[in-house]
Design a protein around this ligand. Structure first.
Ligand code: ADP
Ligand code: ASP
Ligand code: MG
Length: 441
């Protein structure tokens, strides 16, 4: 069985939804089809939530009216028969009457906000499933809220998904296509929740791992993982093959094409992930699997919003236990550390979550001296085949970066990553300089 995920732009227009129907039924492979919300819908739903939080009901209702008008127009073009159009209209009327009911809940809290934002995926999947029914495709709609759950630390419970799907899927053995929602899940309180922005990729990989799929395909608006951020750098090109480790680093360190955690479940269960272009289905895309190629530099990604901390030991020359004490504090406040550089008497670390930075700094100050944190930093992650006997890797990176100030360097943590920390004002310059220095022939 395959799991195919289609992102917002891939379902964002009626003709795109129609072309997806053709794509998923071209061969006889049984598929779970995971859909995002129509492009722009999640942002609009969040904006409606902001207006409601600010008690601006007029603004919220105006936004709901125009969103509904968009959906009304969409179904007018999606369905071909009066029955199809009536089914589509029923779905939209039901969901928008629920959305309206949320505007009357006072105060409007995080719980309602999560119910509101889930509507994007609930709408797109029902509309698409009704279209498959109209077209006579044997299909079913499986509610993600019945098999996707996160724990108290917001981590997906893949074991639960595995057990639930093992119960639910055999009931639909006669259906070639099983449609479900990306992004949404329940939390330990049973409330509607989600896997954070871009989370539909993660849903696809969690399902793919849970059912040990033959393949997970992520369909989007570009021909696979490019070697650099195409929004910032010209002349990027698709990378045809990546290992799980390489792809996981790129996703975690900012390649927007994949949610940061997407690769984890696929790697855990050895399920290959293929990135494909809905606008150009015959393009080869990128295959992410358990294999390596000899190419030294493969791709670059960048993650913004990073904070760096200098932590000086007050009396630590030759002392042991210093790092343990530091990391225990980050662990206590559930704050992951991304990059690390050490010297004999001090350590520099980066974090992307500064919610608990005050408590962390206060506790560190009991045995270290700290400087004011460096905010607005960017991690530039260079991925490739950097095994220890591969000479000349660092020199090429530093040559490319020769005119750009570097705050931290991390190399040798894995054989596939070299990371640099720069102030975010140098990000675009650094990505372009590295593209020129590492990839131009
Ligand atoms: P979807 O809505 O299908 O999930 P996204 O917008 O989340 O699509 O992801 C696709 C976008 O990711 C591309 O249009 C591209 O602008 C951006 N992107 C950023 N870095 C990369 C990269 N290294 N390779 C390909 N796309 C990238
Ligand atoms: N619709 C959600 C978002 O925009 C999830 C996704 O598209 O993957 O973040
Ligand atoms: Mg996405």
């Amino acid at each position: 069985m395959h799991v195919w995920k289609f992102g917002g732009t891939s379902v964002g227009k009626p003709e795109r939804m129609q072309s997806i129907r053709t794509l998923i039924t071209e061969d006889n492979t049984r598929k779970i089809v995971v859909l995002s919300a129509l492009s722009g819908s999640t942002n609009t739903l969040l904006a409606i939530g902001e207006a409601l939080k600010a008690n601006d009901d007029g603004e919220a209702n105006a936004k709901i009216d125009s969103l509904k008008a968009h959906y009304d127009g969409f179904i007018g073009e999606l369905y071909n028969t009066p029955e199809g159009k009536a089914a589509g209209q029923q779905i939209i009327d039901n969901e928008f009457s629920f959305i309206r009911s949320l505007t009357r809940v006072k105060p409007f809290t995080l719980k309602q906000e999560k119910e509101l934002v889930a509507e994007g995926e609930l709408l797109s999947t029902q509309m698409f499933h009704a279209y498959l029914v109209e077209e006579g495709v044997p299909s079913t709609l499986l509610p993600a809220l019945e098999f996707m759950r996160i724990d108290a630390d917001n981590e997906p419970e893949i074991q639960y998904t595995q057990e639930k799907l093992a119960e639910m899927l055999p009931q639909h053995d006669d259906k070639q296509i099983v449609v479900t929602q990306g992004f949404i899940c329940r939390n330990p309180r049973g409330e509607v929740d989600n896997l954070k922005r871009g989370g539909s990729d993660y849903t696809a990989s969690l399902i793919g791992g849970a059912i040990r799929a033959d393949e997970i395909q992520i369909w989007t608006d570009i021909d696979g993982m490019h070697n650099n951020d195409p929004r910032i750098v010209k002349n990027t090109f698709p990378v045809r093959e990546l290992t799980f480790d390489e792809a996981a680093e790129l996703a975690y360190f900012g390649a927007k094409i994949l949610h940061p955690s997407t690769i984890t479940p696929a790697r855990m269960f050895g399920v290959p992930v293929r990135l494909k272009n809905t606008m150009d289905p015959s393009a080869p895309g990128t295959l992410i699997a358990d294999r390596t190629s000899d190419q030294v530099f493969k791709a670059i990604a960048a993650k913004d919003g990073i904070t760096a901390l200098y932590i000086h030991s007050t009396r630590m020359l030759n002392a042991y236990g210093f790092l343990r004490r530091i990391f225990e504090i980050f662990e206590k406040y559930k704050t992951p550390v991304d990059m690390l550089a050490t010297s004999e008497v001090s350590v520099s670390v980066t974090v992307d979550n500064i919610d608990r930075i005050k408590e962390i700094s206060d506790e560190l100050s009991t045995f270290c001296s700290l400087e004011e944190p460096d905010y607005d930093q960017t991690i530039i992650c260079i991925v490739g085949n950097f095994s220890a006997d591969n000479e000349g890797v660092a020199v090429r990176v530093f040559n490319a970066m020769k005119n750009i100030p570097i705050r931290m360097i991390s190399y040798g943590g894995t054989e596939s990553n070299l990371s640099l920390l720069v102030h975010s004002r140098y990000k675009a310059e650094a990505l372009n300089a590295l593209n020129e220095g590492l990839f131009s022939v």
